[in-house]
Each structure stands twice: as structure tokens, then as C-alpha cells.
Design a protein around this ligand. Structure first.
Ligand code: GCU
Length: 609
């Protein structure tokens, strides 16, 4: 029988062994290390990378990242993985979609590729800075270069940057990313979600070269003071510059921006831009120079505001005719493409939408760029979903960073009008403090947009009521009367009982509708039943004057582990279109007709339809 001290020693040692991640979890790659990339030519690092799954984090425990490349026969010690040889995967990709054996794999995986500073990356390193940009990696991504840990990023849907400047050497370098998609108690989201837990480096990877002085941030927008006649630019420059110059040629603007000792500056000036709107998606070329650096963007100028229980765009009341979308594809998982996004917007146009809810996490930045060009309004969201560790400061730090990264990435996008700080979170004191902090953070980094969250009806009091409502501009409500809540009459009563005093957007409603072989002809999970739910929802909601928008759940059927009945088979079937993104269900036309009616009524100036 081991002595007690020996037992304690063993236990401590075991714990110590499990502490291997700590030195590699600095989360030092965050919103503060972002640079502005608009107008820059990045060198693509997409393509085949060496790859290995690593369920037990053996790579960290054995320090695979410190192993230097050498021919197998020259090695002095047996390696459990050779980062420089073996299997490869394409980047971007989700490993679950590549091989059956990885479909449900959750854990760490290693990506390795060379960076040859003689080839396409050649050029004098002196006087230049080099930044790695990863569009997104689900969830924790640790960066190693030539065996050195350079930092890690938390958050599965926002871009991050790692400066390589002082770590690159002439000739061949080796870049390693260790990506971990495990669902844990302290992450955002936590362990239980209703969407598939993809993993991997699933958006583009690029290398940017900049001058010594680099423009880290540019936020340019119409001043939301109702004058529609003033533009403000906020700039952050890292380096030896006392001034930046902003240009908007089409408006005849060339404006100096004085920079303080921290490289920050702001300027407000008179301008009369043609206002952006879904019906007039006017964009202006904007350029900013500071020292030798130059960035560009294409920006729409418009004002969105809340006035009482109205949402207004450029002073005119607005009804958000929307649909919710996940970032999910039957064949590619979370990897999206311009063609996939254009198809999404074409389907939204066919629904007579002017608005989409990008649920439940930041989508690819291309979505907002296309929405700017095509004329759609967007709700963007961070994945504070259901229960997260609301009382854990580390979790709050993670959520807050993901939010600021999203805001900094997309706040020049006219299409984005709402920042959502969460979805269906239980109403506790800890949750209220957590979500209020996030809503305040969104306003701190962007006072020009509305804040919201997808809340739940207060069933105890049978009304729309949530303590968070006091701290957000628009109250999102997810309600599923006719599906999860059986009695439709309750929705009517709630409608009558509620007086939110703020605009309400029905951020989710809907029902599953299976189609094709084995689908039921009637009853739950039948297309017929789904259509009937849409009819009754619309008939009820159209009568509620404080409902200023809808984004029914959801445009496409989507993959999710927890949906396994005979009609779902690993998919949530609430899509108006099947997972093939082609087969349209009956309910599509019911919603499209309602939105067409609303659009015509608004065009005729008749207000509510
Ligand atoms: C929830 C949740 C969604 C989920 C949907 C459903 O409200 O917000 O993420 O997919 O309802 O149950 O289908």
C-alpha cells in the first residue's frame, strides 16, 4: 500500500503532467494584434499542409514542434509523428469532411508547411514586417515557427494575426499550427450546441508584408447624428508616424489625421455621401496612408438607429424581412466560397428578404462584403450560446475578445446593422452581468450600430420579458409555438400581454420538415406540418406592432450531431431548403409571399402589412 505522501506526490505529478498546455495558452494572438488588410496583397498559404490528428496532445507533451527536419535514417530517437512527412490535407478544410475516420474526431491536429524565404517570399527582410493571417481556425490555434511557440488564439470564427518578422530566417522556415476543437466547460460556446462541431483551419491563410510603419485599424463611418452630412474616421497606426491621410476621391475628400503618441487619431469632416441602403447599395473607395503604408476599403455610408420601438435606416422606419443562416455545407462543412455565399443571397432575394441573421458565430468576412454590394442588412453574432460559464472571468475574456475581433473586422461594412451578444441564455445574475458587459463592449468599439441578443419568452409570466432587454437596443426573441411549444394560443396571449417598449425581432421560429424518401406525409416532421406552422406564425406575428422583423429558422437544413431520429439522420431539418441547397420546401413560398406583401405595402407607404 503506497504511503499517503507518495500517493499525493503521484497525484500531483499526474496533475502537473496535465498542465502541459499552460505555457502554450497565452491567448496572445487577439484583437490587439490585428492589422488592417483591406487593399493589401497577401501571399496565399492555402494548399496542402502536412497533417496529423493528435487526440492526446502528444505533440505538446513530446514537443513535436521542436523536432527539426532530417531524413528518417539519420534520426537518433523514435518519433511518434513526423511533422515533415506523411499525410497532407488541403487548407482551408474541416478535417471531419475529409476522411470518414475523422468525422467525429474532436481534439488537436497538427498542420505543418514550409515557408521558403528565397521563393515567392523573397525580398529584403530589412525594413519590412511580416504578418501571418489565419481567417479562422476552430477553436484554439497555437502558432510555431522553426520550433518556437509564437502565441495562440482562442475563438473558432474570427481572424487572427501573428507577426513573424523577427522569427523568419533566410531560406526554409517551418510553420506549424496546432488546432484544437475540443468542447470544454470554459469555451465560447461551451459543450452543447445545436450545430456540428467542425475542426480545423477552415478559412484562408495568408502572409502579409508591410513597411515598418503599419496601419493596424481603420474605422470610417457616417456620424449617426441625423445630419447625414458628417463622416468620421478613426485610425490606429503602429510605427513612427505623426499623421495619416484619408482619401475618398468620389467625395473630393483628402483629409489629414493627426496621430497621438500611441499612433491613434480621429477626424470628423463634412461630406454629403449618397446614402447606402438595400435599395441603393452605394459604396465609396476609401484609402488611408501613413508613412510608407497604404490600405483601402469600399465603404457604404448610412445611419441605423432605434427610435422608440422602431428600427430606422437613414431616418426611415424599417421592417427586417429576414431569414437565419448557419455557415454549413453538406460537402465542405464550415468552409464557404463566394459561389456558396452568392447562392445564399440569391435564395434570400427569392424570399423577398432585405435582411439575414448570420447565426450563431461570425461568418466569413466575404458574407458582409457581398451584403454591402448586393444590398442586404445583417445581424452578426458571437457564439455565447445556451449555457456558457457566465461566472468564469476567462470565459468572459474569451467572449469579449471574439466580439471585439468581429467588430474590428466588420465595422466598415454598411450591411452590418446589429451586433448580437448571444443566443437563448438562461436568465441568471451571472448571465446578465456577462451579457451586459458584452453589449457595452460592442457600443464602446462601435457606437454606430444596434445591439441585440436572441432571448427567450418569459414563460412564467407569459410575456416578452428579459432583464437583458434593458441593456440592448433590439430584443431578439426565439419562439417555436407550433413546434417546441405546442399551444399556439399562448403566442397570441404573449403578443397581447407584452409591451416591450423596444423593437422586437423574432430571431427564430419554424419547424422541421423532412422531404424525400421516408418523409412523413403529415404530422410532426412532415412538410405539410412545417408549412402550417409558418402560416400560423405569420398570421399571429403580423398583428404585433412592436415586431419589427423576423429571421425564421432557417434557410438550409444543416448538419448536427444531436439530431438522430429517422427523419433527421444527423441533420436539423428546419431549412426552407434541403441540405442540397437546391430542393425548396413548401413553406418557402409562404414566407416569400408574406415578405412580398410587406415590401409592396412599405413601398406604397402603408407601414405595417
Ligand atoms: C434553438 C437554437 C438553434 C437551434 C434551433 C432548433 O432556438 O437557437 O440553434 O438549431 O432552436 O432547435 O432547431
Amino acid at each position: 500500500m503506497l504511503e499517503r505522501s507518495a500517493l499525493a506526490e503521484n497525484a500531483l505529478q499526474a496533475l502537473h503532467d496535465e498542465d502541459y498546455d499552460r505555457p502554450f495558452n497565452t491567448q496572445s494572438l487577439n484583437h490587439e494584434t490585428m492589422i488592417f488588410t483591406g487593399g493589401r496583397r497577401g501571399i496565399s498559404l492555402d494548399g496542402d499542409w502536412n497533417f496529423c490528428v493528435d487526440l492526446l496532445d502528444t505533440g505538446l507533451r513530446q514537443k513535436w514542434f521542436s523536432m527539426l527536419p532530417m531524413p528518417a535514417e539519420e534520426r537518433a530517437e523514435p518519433w511518434d509523428y513526423d511533422p515533415y512527412e506523411g499525410e497532407t490535407v488541403p487548407v482551408p478544410s474541416c478535417w471531419q469532411m475529409l476522411k470518414e475516420k475523422w468525422y467525429f474526431f474532436e481534439g488537436s491536429a497538427w498542420y505543418t508547411r514550409p515557408l521558403d524565404m528565397d521563393g515567392e517570399l523573397a525580398g529584403d527582410l530589412a525594413g519590412k514586417r511580416r504578418f501571418l493571417r489565419v481567417g479562422a481556425a476552430q477553436y484554439d490555434c497555437k502558432v510555431f515557427l522553426n520550433g518556437e511557440f509564437l502565441g495562440n488564439h482562442y475563438g473558432g470564427s474570427t481572424p487572427f494575426f501573428c507577426e513573424l518578422t523577427d522569427h523568419l530566417r533566410p531560406g526554409r522556415n517551418w510553420l506549424m499550427l496546432m488546432v484544437n476543437n475540443a468542447r470544454t466547460l470554459d469555451r465560447v460556446p461551451m459543450r452543447n450546441t445545436d450545430w456540428f462541431n467542425y475542426g480545423g483551419v477552415y478559412r484562408e491563410v495568408e502572409l502579409y508584408e508591410t513597411p515598418e510603419t503599419v496601419i493596424r485599424d481603420l474605422f470610417v463611418h457616417l456620424v449617426p447624428d441625423g445630419s447625414y452630412a458628417r463622416i468620421r474616421a478613426e485610425v490606429t497606426v503602429d510605427g513612427d508616424a505623426s499623421e495619416a491621410v484619408l482619401e475618398i476621391p468620389e467625395l473630393g475628400i483628402r483629409q489629414a489625421v493627426a496621430l497621438d503618441a500611441d499612433g491613434r487619431g480621429a477626424v470628423t469632416f463634412a461630406a454629403l455621401p449618397d446614402l447606402w441602403s438595400p435599395d441603393n447599395p452605394k459604396l465609396y473607395d476609401v484609402a488611408l496612408t501613413a508613412g510608407e503604408d497604404r490600405v483601402e476599403d469600399r465603404v457604404g455610408f448610412r445611419q441605423v438607429e432605434r427610435a422608440g420601438d422602431e428600427i430606422r435606416l437613414n431616418g426611415k422606419e424599417l421592417f427586417l424581412r429576414g431569414i437565419s443562416v448557419h455557415e454549413d455545407d453538406r460537402d465542405t462543412g464550415k468552409v464557404t466560397s463566394e459561389a456558396d455565399l452568392r447562392r445564399r443571397f440569391e435564395h434570400a432575394r427569392a424570399l423577398n428578404c432585405n435582411y439575414l441573421r448570420l447565426a450563431h458565430y461570425p461568418h466569413h468576412e466575404m458574407a458582409a462584403r457581398l451584403a454591402d454590394e448586393l444590398g442586404f442588412l445583417l445581424w452578426e453574432e458571437i457564439p455565447v450560446y445556451w449555457a456558457v460559464a457566465f461566472d468564469n472571468p476567462a470565459t468572459y475574456r474569451d467572449a469579449r475578445n471574439q466580439l471585439i475581433e468581429l467588430v474590428k473586422r466588420d465595422r466598415n461594412r454598411a450591411s452590418v446593422v446589429i451586433w448580437s451578444v448571444g443566443n437563448e441564455n438562461p436568465d441568471t445574475d451571472a448571465r446578465l452581468a456577462f451579457m451586459k458587459g458584452l453589449a457595452d463592449t460592442a457600443k464602446e468599439f462601435d457606437p454606430t450600430r444596434l445591439t441585440s441578443a436572441a432571448c427567450l419568452v418569459n414563460h412564467a409570466r407569459n410575456r416578452i420579458e428579459d432583464r437583458l432587454a434593458e441593456h440592448i437596443d433590439v430584443i431578439g426573441i426565439n419562439e417555436y409555438y407550433g413546434w417546441y411549444e405546442e399551444n399556439f394560443e399562448d403566442l397570441v396571449a404573449i403578443g397581447r400581454n407584452s409591451d416591450p417598449g423596444k423593437p422586437v425581432v423574432i430571431s427564430e421560429t419554424g419547424a422541421d420538415g423532412a422531404i424525400g424518401e421516408g418523409a412523413p406525409a403529415r404530422g410532426l416532421f412532415s412538410e405539410t406540418y412545417m408549412t402550417e406552422v409558418y402560416r400560423r406564425q405569420i398570421a399571429t406575428l403580423r398583428g404585433l406592432s412592436y415586431v419589427k422583423g423576423m429571421s425564421p429558422w432557417i434557410l438550409y437544413d444543416f448538419r448536427v450531431e444531436r439530431r438522430q431520429n429517422i427523419f433527421q439522420r444527423g441533420y436539423n431539418k428546419k431549412g426552407l431548403i434541403a441540405a442540397d441547397k437546391t430542393t425548396v420546401k413548401e413553406a418557402f413560398d409562404v414566407l416569400a409571399s408574406y415578405y412580398a406583401e410587406r415590401r409592396e405595402a412599405e413601398a406604397a407607404g402603408e407601414g405595417d402589412a
